[in-house]
Design a protein around this ligand. Structure first.
Ligand code: ADP
Ligand code: MG
Length: 733
């Protein structure tokens, strides 16, 4: 039998044995099986005897199970497995698995297996905890030709050796007709063909072969993503937009004249890039990323004014109500009478500015909707409410999405679809993002970066404060009071809202913390009570060091009016200390605030802390940021020290990517969209190069053959690999 394809049902090749694979791991097709990659490999050639290894070394040995029992544990749920194994010399070692499940049915007395694991000392003898292993019935050279044994995730009733035999059966019949990577690209990039890659991974003779196989599959992942992005970009390019050029002597010119400061060279450069894009008849798709506090808002506002000059409207989509309100306030303040079109005292080129949020009253809302639909409003600022069906624009020319990490691509697109003709789109990220993420997540956009801060900014001094030392925390409050004494203001950030009565509930963690994403790091720590806003507000009002100061709070459960009132009061300097959740994280801009204390700082991610810290030191005075933690986990403290040690957001973004589980950077934070990356590591230098190569190759392929008609296998791979949500976005592109 030959002519087996990736889509062939496994039953056809393996018969009944396929059922177990399907049941345990959902492996229904030949392709599924081939993609079921080994978790690791044991080199049977180097297998020895216990006496050849010393404690702390990784031992590889063939041994026989002498005895095995499971028992329940004192402190944990589930059962553990304890076994004794014996090597060819008769030396024995203890074997433990804290989760017996799956192992208890395989490691039965009398069974021989190849084990690999770190050797520990245990009561004068040896111990292996959670070793990798595969059962062997005599070392079978025909199964493992090079002596390299691939280990797979456990499949009940199927040993690794049987799985290897199935792989061989499938690979021997696999038709290699349609490789998704064209031969010339394989040659250029020194990549093996696809069947060979699977062979190298499942039936390797050396680790070097495994490396070559993996490289090919990593390239595939990169190529699929980059091809989809290239196609999306190609579709954008084919769209026709209305060029929007600023009017000589118009609104933008009037605004520039009033600007109280000079644009930084970076702001000038980026503004030019945007103006060039908007003057074209194909829609702009530009990502503006920049250092916290680098002045992205002005750049965006200038683009919006240019759109208004050209007779169109501009919409600014903000991730939170607090931020939308603030944008409206600050844009109105910056524009002054330029925002008062139709009103008495409005300037000559003035336009209207409107805010649209979900919490507005019906009457207010209807008035705003009418103004947007009929045109007197040139600049609309809003939250998700902007995306809803009832919102209609007279002529939407520019969409600005602020702090993109809170929005999914879907929302960006929903707003785009409200324009008569495809609008120009500017996306701003809150913090710098690593280049690989920019290439992978925003790879269908052009990128502008603002790296420098406006002149005259004073540095922010950051310190980690261990909460275990009460005197240090006391000192932190004193420092806060000193800042206020100098006429400044301060933030105190808590990871949860807490309860108005006592503040002891776990259910009210403000959604935005990254705590979940870092949960892996501290598995054993007992959950401790996190600081809540209510409780902290109470405590600070009683804190002797802060006596006489005006302390208020801000969190997501307050009514929009209350939130707005507090932010206004804080902005006006009527509040000295603002106790808040991460609702202040993005964008909030009160230049007179110079100090910040982050409680339970370990609960926040690196970029998130950087973003929070960006709320202080925005004016001409220096800033102070104290990261308070109760954790003494060295990794956690090191992470906080890293944040304290630099204010370079680009460096921190890279570090963040390294430490986080990658899926969270690409996935959860991108509104649930999965990255689809399994092997590719956006942080590995080698993979970064591979992504760049794939990007180049995908660009060339798509330019020549946009619909991949001559590359059906690649087209199919792109279709199948992108999950539905992402595919939907690309189609709507
Ligand atoms: P971010 O890039 O973090 O969104 P903002 O746009 O909020 O930063 O700008 C931060 C602060 O810097 C604001 O108060 C803004 O008015 C001010 N600012 C922006 N550009 C300049 C400039 N060229 N010179 C001086 N101050 C500036
Ligand atoms: Mg901002």
């Amino acid at each position: 039998m030959s002519g087996v394809q990736r889509s062939t049902r496994l039953v056809r090749v393996l018969g009944d044995a396929a059922k177990k694979l399907e049941k345990a791991r959902g492996l229904g097709t030949v392709g599924d099986l081939l993609e079921f990659l080994p978790r690791r490999y044991i080199d049977a050639n180097t297998s020895g005897r216990l006496s050849e290894f010393t404690v702390g070394e990784t031992a590889v040995l063939v041994a026989t199970v002498v005895s095995a029992q499971t028992r329940s544990m004192r402190n944990r749920r589930g059962r553990m497995l304890e076994a004794v194994i014996q090597d060819a010399d008769g030396t024995t070692a203890r074997l433990v698995f804290f989760r017996a499940y799956g192992h208890d049915s395989r490691l039965l007395p009398g069974v021989r297996a190849l084990f690999r694991g770190k050797l520990d000392a245990y009561r004068g003898g040896w111990q292996l905890s959670h070793p990798d292993y595969t059962l062997v019935d005599g070392e079978d050279d025909t199964v493992y030709e090079g002596g390299l044994v691939p280990l797979y995730l456990n499949i009940p009733g199927v040993t690794d050796m049987q799985l290897t035999q199935s792989m061989r059966l499938v690979l021997d019949q696999l038709d290699d007709a349609d490789d998704p990577v064209p031969p010339d690209v394989r040659d250029r990039r020194d990549l093996v063909d696809q069947p060979t890659a699977y062979r190298l991974l499942h039936l390797p003779r050396s680790m070097a072969e495994v490396g070559r196989g993996k490289r090919r599959l990593r390239y595939d992942e990169a190529l699929v993503v980059q091809t989809a992005l290239a196609q999306s970009r190609h579709r954008y390019d084919a769209e026709e937009a209305v060029p929007r050029r600023p009017l000589a002597g118009g609104l933008l010119a009037a605004f520039d004249e009033r600007l109280p400061f000079e644009l930084t060279p970076g702001q000038q450069r980026v503004s030019e890039e945007i103006a060039e894009d908007m003057a074209r008849s194909r829609p702009m798709h530009r990502l503006l990323q920049g250092e916290v506090g680098s002045g992205k808002t002005i750049v965006a506002l200038r683009a919006m004014l240019a759109a208004v000059d050209a007779g169109a409207q501009a919409a600014l989509l903000a991730p939170t109500e607090v931020l939308a309100q603030q944008h409206e306030r600050s844009i109105r303040a910056m524009l002054g009478d330029l925002a008062e079109a139709g009103m008495l005292g409005g300037a000559e080129h003035a336009t209207g500015v409107a805010l649209l949020t979900g919490s507005m009253s019906r009457g207010q809302r209807e008035r705003v909707l009418l103004d947007i639909a009929t045109g007197p409003v040139g600049i609309v600022i809003g939250t998700h409410a902007l995306i809803q069906d009832q919102v209609m624009f007279a002529d939407l020319g520019l969409v600005v999405v602020d702090e993109q990490h809170r929005f999914g691509v879907e929302q960006r697109d929903a707003l785009r679809s409200k324009a008569l003709r495809p609008p120009h789109v500017l996306v701003m990220t809150a913090t710098p993002i690593p280049r690989t993420v920019a290439m992978t997540v925003f790879g269908d956009m052009d990128t502008s970066s603002l790296t420098e801060l406006p002149r005259g900014r004073q540095p922010i001094a950051s310190h980690v404060v261990p909460a275990s030392r009460p005197a240090w925390l006391e000192r932190a409050w004193t420092r806060l009071a000193e800042e206020v004494g100098r006429g400044h203001q301060a933030y105190v950030v808590c990871p949860r809202i807490g309860d108005a009565d006592d503040g002891a509930r776990e259910s009210d963690v403000e959604v935005e913390t990254d705590a979940e994403e870092y949960a892996d790091e501290e598995p054993a720590e007992t959950p401790r009570e996190l600081h809540g806003v209510y409780e902290t507000l109470q405590r600070l009002r009683e804190e002797p060091a802060l006596r006489g100061l005006r302390v208020e709070m801000l969190h997501g459960r307050m009514t929009p009016e209350d939130k707005d009132a507090v932010m206004r009061a804080f902005g006006a300097g009527e509040v000295d200390v603002l106790v808040s959740t991460t609702v202040i994280e993005v964008g909030v801009d009160v230049p007179n605030a110079t100090a910040m204390v982050v409680l339970d700082a370990d609960r926040f991610g690196i970029s998130q802390l950087h973003q929070l810290r960006g709320r202080v030191g925005r004016g001409s005075a220096g800033g102070l940021c104290l990261l308070v933690t109760e954790s003494d986990n060295p990794d956690t403290v090191a992470r906080l020290e890293a944040v304290a040690g630099t204010t370079d957001g680009f460096a921190l973004a890279d570090l963040d990517l390294e430490l986080r589980r990658e899926g969270d950077v690409l996935g959860a934070s991108q509104s649930g969209r999965r990255s689809g990356l399994r092997l590719l590591r956006l942080t590995h230098a080698k993979d970064i190069e591979l992504i760049e190569q794939a990007r180049e190759d995908a660009g060339a392929l798509v330019t020549e053959d946009p619909d991949l008609l001559r590359h059906p296998a690649l087209a199919e791979l792109v279709r199948s690999r992108l999950d539905d949500e992402q595919a939907a976005f690309l189609e709507r592109g």
